[in-house]
Design a binder for this molecule. Structure first.
Ligand code: COA
Length: 422
């Protein structure tokens, strides 16, 4: 069944975007983090924002119920940002929650129902011990057929990684090249959970050992470190620690307005050129594990709506919850042919100085993955890069078209957006 892909009935623009730091913040609640994101978003609106003008909120949140014992988060976020009695809606689509919240906000503005909408993403994961975090994340997989068979999320993506290796000849080193790149990018992102290159992390471990009077490890280079089972243990082969996104807290906020209002808020708005969303069966039911069908469909819809092709996209933030996921994403989005994404990563084509910069923010791997906030966090990076405000990680080319790709679970949901700077 082909999805109809109508154009938006009126244009929608992003005129503000902000985020909290991503990381582990034991002393801060989701409310604190969202207020920080909201305040940064507000100060990013060039011509100022009176919060009283916001007409509705769409908040992406995966599982505050299980992570924090607190449900009904959207109304709470409206309260803590002073936006009651505005309608506040929570959107849950696993790790794609705030990407889907963005799409719902776009639909609401495009429909004419609202002119000014706040989109948010929130998650606080680090209050629970890791075993309970793993169990909570597992509820985004198939609890009937996958989890009882012993799968965790690292395990599910490891299955995709082994299938990819078998089919195309990639090796664990291919995945490591993605981790190296994303840590390089995260090192120049002040908001990132791991603000360190892998070389810096190695140096830190040597210094720590020396301080304690232990024999200092001697790795010849980063790859030697990444091959060391003690430094980089296997989580679910071939996914090691530095192939996994971390457990994170964080929030992000985006302001959407109708195209007609864009210039009254911003000197340099970003326009929504394309939006696509699709679903897929759970991983165990798929014909192939080396591609995510919902990502192919969602991106096709977004490209068609925007009237552009993958070659036109200058930068992209893609859903690298595991390093294999970034490689598959670059193929599903049409940046590289199936089976060539791993070579592109190895050859450096996706570094921030390469021809197709991917995850200049550090991606979920290094910036952090507070799951319900990750999709909105991707938009914050696109906002900064397209407006030339990304500091040390600013790409050198002019970014007139950029893309975000946000996956729920192992791809049962995917949402893709294309942003245009005119
Ligand atoms: N990448 C790199 N280093 C990481 C890391 C990651 N993903 N997660 C933790 N670390 C580091 C910590 O900083 C710490 O370093 P230190 O000893 O130098 O201080 C060390 O590893 C141990 O940290 P800890 O928090 O005890 O790790 P953990 O064993 O509890 O968690 C994982 C590690 C991989 C199990 C966890 O990050 C995880 O489950 N990630 C996947 C999350 C996920 O599935 N998300 C949804 C995707 S769809």
């Amino acid at each position: 069944m082909a999805a109809k892909n109508r154009a938006l009935s009126r244009g929608v623009a992003v005129v503000g975007a902000g985020m909290s730091n991503f990381g582990a913040f034991p002393g801060q609640s989701t409310r604190d983090l969202f207020v920080q994101a909201f305040q940064e978003m507000r100060s990013s609106v060039d011509k100022g924002l009176d919060p009283a003008d916001i007409e509705a909120l769409y908040i992406g949140n995966y599982s505050s119920d299980l992570f924090e014992g607190q449900a009904h988060m959207a109304a709470l976020m409206a309260d803590w940002t002073g936006l009651t009695p505005r309608p506040a809606t929570r959107i849950e689509d696993a790790c794609a929650s705030s990407g889907v919240a963005l799409r719902q906000g776009i639909i609401a503005v495009a429909s004419g129902l609202y002119d000014i909408v706040l989109v948010g993403g929130i998650e606080k994961m680090t209050d629970l011990p890791i075993s309970e975090v793993t169990d909570t994340l597992a509820t985004a997989a198939d609890m009937l057929y996958e989890i009882p068979a012993g799968f965790t999320f690292p395990g599910l993506y490891a299955a995709m990684a082994t299938a990819y290796m078998d089919r195309y000849g990639a090796t664990p080193d291919s995945f490591m090249s993605v981790g190296l790149k994303n840590h390089d990018n995260g090192a120049v992102n002040p908001k990132a959970q791991f603000g360190a290159r892998i070389a810096d992390i190695m140096a830190g471990k040597v210094a720590k050992a020396q301080k304690k009077g232990y024999p200092a490890p001697t790795w010849a280079n980063e790859m030697a470190f990444l091959h060391d089972d003690r430094a980089n243990p296997v989580i679910a082969w071939p996914m090691r620690l530095f192939d996994c996104s971390p457990v994170s807290d964080g929030a992000a906020a985006i302001l959407l307005v109708s195209e007609q209002l864009a210039k009254s808020f911003s000197d340099d708005p970003l326009y929504i050129a394309g939006s696509g969303q699709a679903s897929d069966v759970a991983l165990h039911d798929r014909v192939e594990l080396t591609s995510i069908g919902s990502a192919r469909q969602a991106s096709q819809q977004a490209y068609e709506m925007a009237g552009v092709s993958p070659e036109d996209i200058k930068i992209a933030e893609v859903h690298d919850c595991f390093t294999i996921a970034e490689i598959i994403a670059t193929e599903d989005l049409g940046f590289f042919e199936p089976g060539q994404g791993y070579e592109a990563a190895e050859e450096g084509l996706t570094t921030r100085h390469g021809p197709k910069p991917i995850n200049t923010s550090g991606g979920l791997k290094s910036k952090g993955h507070p799951v319900g906030a990750s999709g909105a966090g991707q938009v914050v990076e696109i906002w900064k890069q397209m407006r030339g405000q990304a500091g040390d990680r600013q790409v050198t080319k002019d970014v007139d078209l950029a893309l975000t790709h946000n996956v729920g679970g192992t791809g049962q949901s995917c949402v893709v957006h294309i942003f245009e700077r005119r």
